[in-house]
Write a protein that binds this ligand. Sequence first.
Ligand code: SF4
Length: 200
Amino acid sequence: MRGIIEFSNYCLQDCLYCGLRCSNANIKRYRMTDDEILSGAKDILGSGIGTIVLQSGEDTFYSSQKIVNLIRRIKDETGLVITLSIGEWPFEDYELFKAAGADRYLLKHETSDAQLYKDIRPGCELSCRLKCQKHLKSIGFETGSGVMVGLPGQTIESLAEDIMMFRELDIDMIGIGPFIPHDETPLKVPLKVRLKWFSR
Ligand code: SF4
């Protein structure tokens, strides 16, 4: 059991499958303050859950120092195990997060197919993602990753590669979910087509 706090839904990336993408103007954006996050963390602790996941888009409003302060406060005031799910950062920032007390890091790569990755995450490279995952592991984080199944253009072979890659990266937590088209993204699927899926 994990308590997840999605503390910001701002994101500077523009992933084709994601409702938080920066090009989506039809979303109400929010950011939580440290005190609001702490209050959520205490509720999680009070519910008998021992792990908190701090999740956000890639939001530069939160500097590495802000994240460090937040980790320290949560550790000091609750003692919860902390998982971060806040995207790609410079390696030295990952080290600061670890030193501040974060325990786990979730960084999904969504597909091991380098071309498909580039197609669905404009301006991003699979190789950078993998370097981040390897670095996180090397500095002592328990690492989580995952992929989506059913992405347009995905093949059975690339799904098999996904599994091989999890093994190669020695990932500790693996999240595999279905690709569900979001209406406010370029990968949306017309309602007519979706209804056909459900009537099969
Ligand atoms: S980086 Fe994450 S939150 Fe941002 S658009 Fe891509 S998938 Fe969504």
